[in-house]
Design a protein around this ligand. Structure first.
Ligand SMILES: Nc1ncnc2c1ncn2[C@@H]1O[C@H](COP(=O)(O)OP(=O)(O)OP(=O)(O)O)[C@@H](O)[C@H]1O
Ligand SMILES: [Mg+2]
Length: 265
C-alpha cells in the first residue's frame, strides 16, 4: 500500500467550479514526487486536500488515502491525528506557519511536547532541531520572534518544525521561491540531506522544474487542475510528450543553466 494514494481527486468551489479534476497519483514510503505546473494549475490546493486543509466552502471528492486513513470526508478530530504524524507541510511563505507573537523556541517546542518531551529534554530537543537545520546561534534564534530573523532563517525554522513531527511524508509547497538564489540553493541541499537521512517521502511542489529536479526524481505535471504528464525528470527533459512540459523544460533551462537537468540528483 502506498503512503499516499490519491484517486480521482476533484476539488470544487461552492458554486461547483472544478479547480482540480480527476487527479490520481501515489507516493510510496521514502519516495519523492514533484508536483509541477504553472501558477494556478492547482498544486497548492492538491497539497491542502492531502491534509484536509481546503479553504472554507471548497469540497473534495474522490479518494485521498494517507497512511491508510481516508482524508476526504474525515472528521476534524481524525485529521488532527494524521497531520503532523503522517504528513507535515512547509509553505512557500514561512510566516504562514509561524505565529508572529510567539518566540521561535516556544513554537518549535510545541510538536516536540506533543511527542512527550518536557523540561531539560525538551530544551535540548529544541536546540538540536535548530542545529539540525544548520542555524547558527540556536540560542539566539530560539529567543527571537519570527520577524527578528531573516527569511532564509524563518524557512529553516519552518522546516525544523515540520521535521520535529517526524512525519512519514513531508510536503513542501514552493519552499524556496521567496528566497534569493544562494539561500534557495542552500535550502534545497539541506532539505535533500535531511529527508534523505530520515528516509522520508516528499511531495515537492514548484513551478520550476530545475528546482524540483534537485529534490525529486519523479514528477507529475499539472495544468488547469489536471495531470497532463508524469515521469522521471530525465524522461521529461529528454522527451516531453506535451508542449506544456516542453515549455517548463525550456524555462527551467533558461532559469538555471548551471544546473545539469540531464543528471537529476
Ligand atoms: N480560496 C480560494 N477561493 C477560490 N479560488 C481559489 C482559492 N484558492 C485557489 N483558488 C483557485 O484555484 C486554482 C488553483 O489554485 P492553486 O493555489 O492550487 O494554484 P497553484 O498551482 O498552487 O499556483 P501557484 O504556483 O501560483 O502557487 C487557481 O485558479 C486559483 O485561483
Ligand atoms: Mg501554490
Amino acid at each position: 500500500m502506498s503512503l499516499l494514494d490519491v484517486r480521482d481527486l476533484t476539488i470544487r468551489t461552492s458554486d461547483g467550479r472544478a479547480l482540480v479534476c480527476d487527479l490520481s497519483f501515489c507516493v510510496d514510503r521514502g519516495e519523492r514526487l514533484g508536483l509541477i505546473g504553472e501558477s494556478g494549475s492547482g498544486k497548492s490546493l492538491t497539497t491542502l486536500a492531502v491534509l484536509g486543509l481546503l479553504p472554507d466552502g471548497m469540497t473534495a471528492t474522490g479518494s485521498v488515502e494517507l497512511d491508510g486513513t481516508q482524508i476526504v470526508g474525515a472528521s476534524e478530530k481524525r485529521l488532527v491525528g494524521v497531520r503532523g504524524s503522517a504528513a507535515a507541510i512547509v509553505f512557500q511563505e514561512p510566516l504562514t506557519a509561524l505565529d508572529p507573537l510567539m518566540r521561535v523556541g516556544r513554537q518549535l517546542a510545541e510538536p516536540l511536547r506533543r511527542r512527550g518531551l518536557k523540561g531539560d529534554a525538551l530544551r535540548k530537543a529544541v536546540a538540536e532541531a535548530l542545529e539540525q537545520v544548520r542555524l547558527p546561534e540556536p540560542g539566539r534564534i530560539a529567543r527571537a520572534f519570527p520577524h527578528e530573523i531573516s527569511g532564509g532563517q524563518r524557512q529553516r525554522v519552518a522546516l525544523a518544525m515540520a521535521l520535529a513531527c517526524e512525519p512519514d511524508l513531508l510536503i513542501a509547497d514552493e519552499p524556496t521561491t521567496a528566497l534569493d538564489v544562494t539561500v534557495q540553493s542552500e535550502m534545497l541541499v539541506l532539505l535533500d540531506t535531511l529527508v534523505g537521512e530520515r528516509g522520508m517521502a516528499v511531495l515537492f511542489v514548484s513551478h520550476d522544474l530545475a528546482v524540483v529536479s534537485r529534490v525529486t526524481d519523479r514528477v507529475l505535471v499539472m495544468k488547469d487542475g489536471r495531470a497532463v504528464e508524469d515521469g522521471t525528470v530525465r524522461d521529461l527533459v529528454r522527451a516531453p510528450r506535451q508542449a506544456y512540459t516542453q515549455a517548463l523544460v525550456d524555462s527551467a533551462r533558461k532559469l538555471e543553466s548551471a544546473l545539469d537537468l540531464g543528471e537529476p540528483r
